[in-house]
Ligand binder design. Structure first.
Ligand SMILES: [Zn+2]
Length: 240
């Protein structure tokens, strides 16, 4: 099954959440979904290439009966040639957009999601689903979501893990609480210090919590982590 560019664009846009960010690979353009069939061009790199891509994208998007808002588009200098630096800059920009724009889905509320208690985001495993890879193979992919509760109106909403990472920032993503223990990923100097002092509060994570057997979200796996028992009633991890 080969999709036309119009099919692909329609599919991609309709799956984005309102406030979701789209940066078509290599074009130097950043879009945000702002309505049912509306996106806004938030930034364009200050290059002739991006200026032309902007026109092509507009034709494509209008061709599928979506609206592109361009009144407030910022023209930004592509700051770095270095792909790694550029990637970092893009990530920071996406984080800012998420933190300044994403709101409680209850339209009567509108509380910014960056004001939610993000540390209390609950990771939910929704099982496996099949996904068709670009070369046509079927792959099993784990479905995860993070559940958040609005502190103002109590609305519960689920987010994609990537979106949650943008909103929450790296710090929050470094620790995770299973039902029995809190895990915190360690940097090399901390690992060395803990090994030198024969600390026993160190584990290397796999797919499952070593204490409860429950499945861990992918970002927690394959890391050297410090663990602390959860202080609440049933939390009692034996330290050896
Ligand atoms: Zn709310």
């Amino acid at each position: 099954m080969s999709n036309t560019p119009e099919d692909s664009a329609r599919d991609l846009l309709s799956r984005m959440r309102i406030g979701g960010i789209w940066e078509p690979e290599g074009l130097g353009l950043t879009y945000m979904r702002t309505g049912e069939t509306e996106i806004e061009l938030v930034t364009q790199d200050n290059t002739a290439f991006s200026a032309q891509a902007r026109i092509r994208m507009k034709v494509l998007i209008q061709g599928i009966d979506w609206t592109v808002k361009e009144e407030d588009t910022q023209i930004i200098e592509p700051k770095s040639e270095d792909p790694f630096t550029r990637h970092m800059e893009n990530t920071v920009r996406r984080q800012e957009m998420a933190q300044n724009n994403w709101r409680c889905p209850n339209q009567d509320c509108g509380c910014l999601m960056s004001a939610f208690v993000l540390e209390e985001g609950e990771w939910l495993f929704h099982g496996q689903s099949e996904y068709e890879s670009p070369n046509g193979d079927l792959e099993e992919v784990e479905q995860w979501a993070v559940s958040l509760t609005c502190p103002v109106c109590g609305t519960v909403t689920e987010m994609e893990p990537y979106d949650f990472g943008l909103l929450a920032g790296d710090e929050i993503m470094l620790s995770y609480q299973s039902s029995v223990a809190k895990f915190t990923a360690l940097e090399r100097p901390e690992i060395i210090e803990m090994m030198d002092s024969n600390s026993s509060n160190l584990v290397i994570t796999g797919t499952f919590c070593p204490f409860s057997g429950e499945i861990l979200p992918p970002h927690v796996r394959g890391a050297v982590v410090k663990f602390e028992p959860v202080k609440e009633d049933e939390g009692n991890v034996e330290e050896e």
